[in-house]
Ligand binder design. Structure first.
Ligand SMILES: Nc1nc(=O)c2c([nH]1)NC[C@@H]1CN(c3ccc(C(=O)N[C@@H](CCC(=O)O)C(=O)O)cc3)CN21
Ligand SMILES: CC(C)C(=O)C(=O)O
Ligand SMILES: [Mg+2]
Length: 287
């Protein structure tokens, strides 16, 4: 969804081939659908603050997910499980306030939607009312279909998330690839249930590329890959993994496009040395 930059097409809302051109005022759920129909890849990154939201939005990234991966990346938790709605809301507000073109999606934290459809609708409405997000995301296929349907009935777009679902990592036995062997049937059943429940898109996380291709062909809504191979309709990565900021083990499906961690470490060490040896502040930095 990144072509269509020419001045002649400026301000035309729909590109002739569908998808979401750069001059769109705002990416919408229909552009996800159009992109799938016309074979234009959808791009998303996570974002947890206004600085990165502004940068990724300016780069033309189609959607920004304020993931509960903020638990790991912002708050320093071991897993996403402790993240609360109250913790995530200010981050979503920062991202939604900064993104002009990108579609902003608020992740629903563990414990905020599973028990019943009332909880699910309540949380989704809070996210929309208190943040300015354009959609919510939750984990689970068949098991979350009722929740998806009720949130959609309340007028809120839902992105679903199946395959490896980090909120159930203890049940899944760790960071384990999903949809292998007989798991493929469950994956397809989950995907179908999500589509029938009215979700506008589905994230497939850590799924074999072949299984993800089958799901992508079987659905009319777009599939978004996080480690689910090249045949999905779009790709999503956790920005701190992708930019080389995450410490420790990162999944094989991540390709790093920058080394921000090393850049910052070098900058900090250089600045410390400059202060210690009197190089900083120089006359140009003093009044
Ligand atoms: N998209 C995404 N989901 C996550 O759950 C997640 C991230 N990103 N990034 C930050 C952390 C790091 N996580 C992970 C996830 C998987 C592996 C991993 O090593 N996976 C194996 C495959 C699974 C296996 O067979 O054990 C790999 O080689 O990629 C490591 C860290 C979990 N967190
Ligand atoms: C990795 C994506 C799909 C996510 O749910 C998150 O960042 O929380
Ligand atoms: Mg998440």
């Amino acid at each position: 969804m990144t072509q269509e930059n020419s001045a002649s097409s400026a301000m035309r809302e729909e590109a002739p081939y569908g998808g979401a051109p750069q001059n769109l005022k705002r990416v919408r759920t229909r552009h996800f659908l159009n992109a799938k129909k016309s074979g234009i890849k959808i791009t998303g990154l996570t974002s947890y603050d206004q600085l990165t939201a502004r940068i990724f939005d300016e780069a033309g990234i189609d959607f920004l997910l304020v993931g509960d991966s903020a638990g790991n990346n912002v708050f320093g938790y071991e897993t996403t499980l402790p993240v609360t709605v109250d913790e995530l809301i200010p981050l979503v507000r920062a991202v939604a306030g900064a993104a002009k073109r990108a579609f902003v999606i608020a992740d629903m934290p563990f414990g905020s939607y599973e028990a019943n459809t009332r909880d699910a609708v309540h949380t989704a409405i809070r996210m929309m009312k208190e943040t300015g997000a354009h959609a919510v995301k939750l984990e689970g296929g068949v098991r979350s279909a009722d929740q998806i349907r009720h949130i959609v009935d309340a007028g809120i777009p839902v992105m679903a998330h199946i395959g490896f679902t980090p909120q159930s990592e203890h049940q899944l036995g760790g960071h384990v690839i999903q949809g292998r062997g007989s798991g493929e049937e469950q994956l397809l059943a989950d995907a179908k249930a999500i589509e029938e429940a009215g979700a506008f898109a589905v994230v497939l996380e850590m799924v074999p590329a072949d299984a993800a291709a089958k799901v992508t062909a079987a659905l009319s809504i777009p599939t978004i890959s996080v480690g689910a191979g090249p045949h999905c309709d779009g790709q999503l990565l956790v920005w701190t993994d992708w930019a080389g900021l995450t410490q420790g083990r990162i999944p094989k499906f991540v390709k790093q496009y920058a080394q921000i961690g090393q850049t910052l470490r070098d900058a900090a060490a250089t600045w410390k040395a400059d202060v210690e040896n009197g190089e900083y502040p120089g006359p140009e930095n003093s009044y």
